[in-house]
Design a protein around this ligand. Structure first.
Ligand code: FPP
Length: 245
């Protein structure tokens, strides 16, 4: 494994699009669900590694609002997997000091999932080593629209004046606003796109794409991505320091 990246050079917030489960399974003659099952195991390993090395916020894109378009059997299987993940992982999360939070249109999820999500959030609320943000029935467009809707309501109720709407104020209406914006986004599985994950918060996020399908993603490759991130020069629209007059 690469030498560990010093904590000061780690992303405070790492976001991951866990893609490639289906193709991983097909290549092995397995069902897509088997790919997701292995994917959930990898999510656990990577979560523990992130907590161990000092990442403070980890976001995993587990179910997009766009995933409802998949065959019902696959959606049902993903929810079953999620249910067993939430049941099984609660104690591990607590043991590792990981606070769990779900973001997305949670009220549209099956009742038993909503209950498990709320229980897991409550049980892990005192944990403070790392925060795991599971994006469930989430999409970046949905997040922006729900923010606009709530902001419009507040403007209607004279709680906000239109001239006070700044990027800072708008960000507070996003469901992701409790966490800092992601510093690094990793997408596995070979595609080079955002696929409606965080949109507004990704403005200055560094992107890392790897062909490795999510079920084959390892802590070693996570360290490679972190190592590359630590060497990137982040300018946030400015020019490099020595060139300033
Ligand atoms: C993308 O692979 C993955 C998903 C749509 C779901 C992600 C879910 C998991 C990793 C399992 C559940 C996770 C947790 C944390 C409980 P894909 O199906 O789009 O793969 P493909 O592009 O190869 O078809």
């Amino acid at each position: 494994m690469n030498p560990p990246v010093p904590e000061g050079k780690l992303p405070a917030h790492l976001a991951i699009v866990m893609d490639g489960n289906g193709r991983w399974a097909r290549q092995r003659g397995l069902s897509r669900v088997e790919g997701h099952r292995k994917g959930a195991e990898v999510a656990r390993v990577i979560t523990e590694e992130c907590a161990r090395i000092g990442i403070k916020f980890l976001s995993l894109f587990a179910f997009s609002t766009d995933n409802w378009a998949r065959p019902k059997s696959e959606v049902d299987a993903l929810f079953l997997l999620l249910k067993s993940y939430l049941r099984k992982e609660r104690q591990t999360l607590i043991a590792n000091g990981i606070r769990f939070r779900a973001i997305g249109n949670i009220s549209q999820l099956p009742n038993n999932i909503q209950r498990l999500v709320a229980q897991t959030e409550r049980a892990t609320a005192p944990c403070s080593r790392m925060e795991l943000i599971l994006a469930l029935n989430y999409s970046g467009q949905w997040d922006i629209l729900q923010a606009v809707f709530r902001l419009a309501r507040d403007a209607e109720a004279h709680k906000v004046r239109p001239e006070d709407i700044t990027p800072d104020l708008f960000e507070r209406y996003l469901v992701s606003s409790d966490a800092p914006v992601p510093d690094l986004l990793i997408r596995t599985g070979g595609e080079r796109r955002i696929s409606n994950f965080y949109l507004y918060p990704l403005a200055y996020t560094e992107l890392y794409f790897t062909p490795t399908p999510w079920p084959d993603f390892t802590p070693e490759e996570l360290h490679e991505a972190l190592e590359e991130f630590s060497r990137r020069e982040r300018r946030f629209g400015r020019i490099p320091e020595p060139q300033q007059l």
